[in-house]
Design a protein around this ligand. Structure first.
Ligand code: SAH
Length: 338
């Protein structure tokens, strides 16, 4: 069975022509799959019956399954998606009150190679890269299941996008083209693979960039994020300045507040120093427990002091709303568990 989500419009046209059908059938199919989020051929009412029957025998829209679905009290939905080879990764739908945005948080790998010590995905190790169509399938799954149109995509599920860049870039092109989501509404989050950040700036479509900084003290960062040993804070900053210059955009720095480790006044000062000459916004993320007691949540008071110290440097600081923590769908809690 061929999964039609593998094809863009051109490829779909070739596919229908090979079946002896007129080219315009491809456009109909395309519209059913991407605009109307149809999951099966029977619902494609303007496609003639004998062609639908033919399709049913040789193709499917998606070759993925929803293995598990959990709905959080805040409306976040976490899907565990099973791919054709039986491997699984999560995709999360996030809705925010008072905002019309519907964000899909997608995985780009099953597992991850980066080994961040506070992250549940790292604990499961690395399994494989996801193909571009497997990333698109995650978004279509959400649209099919909810009947809603996704408006924003963030690469913040399992995996390190810049370790699977070819596939992620192809997926970004298709999200932009086939799903009509503007490039500004697509965010790539990376733990900081500096040379790849520079490379990203040469492409035609440059997504919004979020950096998992989490600590502005190199020694401490090394302890929690092995990537610091390869591309340290200085090298990272150099690549971020390059991105800002080339694109005219700002970067978002994500910063996990870990109790008594990264949430102290001393650490806030180091962060202020680090960002002084950087065009950035700061997104503070309270640490989400992942079932080991090595790290602690920050307390409210320390969070507020930390935020205040940064704001006094004139930076825009938000504390990330915790979404879906009751279903382990929050940042760093995705581990593909069934
Ligand atoms: N590999 C990419 C994409 C993953 S995004 C990256 O590192 O950016 C997932 C985000 O959740 C990252 O910012 C990650 O550092 C953060 N995160 C991981 N574990 C967490 C935890 N226990 N609590 C809060 N945030 C966490």
């Amino acid at each position: 069975m061929e999964a039609l989500v593998k094809y863009n419009l051109d490829e779909l046209e070739k596919f229908v022509e090979q079946l002896g059908e007129k080219k315009f059938r491809a456009r109909q199919l395309f519209s059913w799959i991407y605009s109307k989020s149809a999951s099966d051929f029977d619902s494609m009412s303007d496609i003639k019956k004998d062609f639908r029957e033919k399709l049913k025998n040789i193709a499917v829209v998606l070759d993925t399954k929803i293995k598990k679905k959990q709905v959080s009290s805040d409306g976040t939905i976490k899907y565990l998606i099973e791919f054709h080879d039986g491997t699984c990764a999560e995709t999360v739908l996030m809705r925010f009150d008072n905002r019309s945005n519907l964000s899909a948080c997608v995985s780009c790998q099953v597992g991850c190679q980066m080994g961040c010590d506070f992250c549940a995905t790292a604990k499961r190790g690395f399994v494989r890269n996801l193909e571009p169509y497997e990333i698109i399938s995650q978004i279509l799954t959400i649209q099919q299941d909810t009947g809603l149109k996704i408006t924003n995509v963030v690469f913040m599920g399992q995996g390190e996008p810049l370790n699977n860049y070819e596939n992620v870039y192809k997926a970004i092109e298709r999200i932009n083209n086939d799903l009509s989501i503007g490039i500004r509404r697509i965010t790539l989050s990376t733990c900081g693979i500096a040379p790849k950040i520079k490379e990203l700036c040469n492409y035609e479509l440059i997504p919004t960039l979020a950096i998992s900084l989490h600590c502005a003290d190199s020694e401490t960062r090394k302890q929690i994020m092995p990537v610091e040993k390869r591309y340290n804070l200085e090298t990272l900053k150099d690549s971020l300045k390059y991105y800002c210059e080339k694109t005219g955009k700002r970067v978002t720095l994500e910063y996990i507040l870990i109790g008594s480790l990264t949430d102290t006044k001393e650490m806030a000062q180091k962060l202020c120093e680090y960002i002084k000459d950087l065009k950035c916004n700061i997104n503070l993320i309270p640490y989400n427990p992942i079932g080991t007691d090595k790290y602690k949540k920050p307390n409210k008071k320390d969070m507020m002091i930390f935020k205040y110290l940064l704001e006094s440097q004139g930076k825009k600081v938000t504390i990330r709303l915790e979404r879906g923590a009751d279903i382990d769908a929050a940042c760093g809690q995705l581990a593909g568990r069934v």
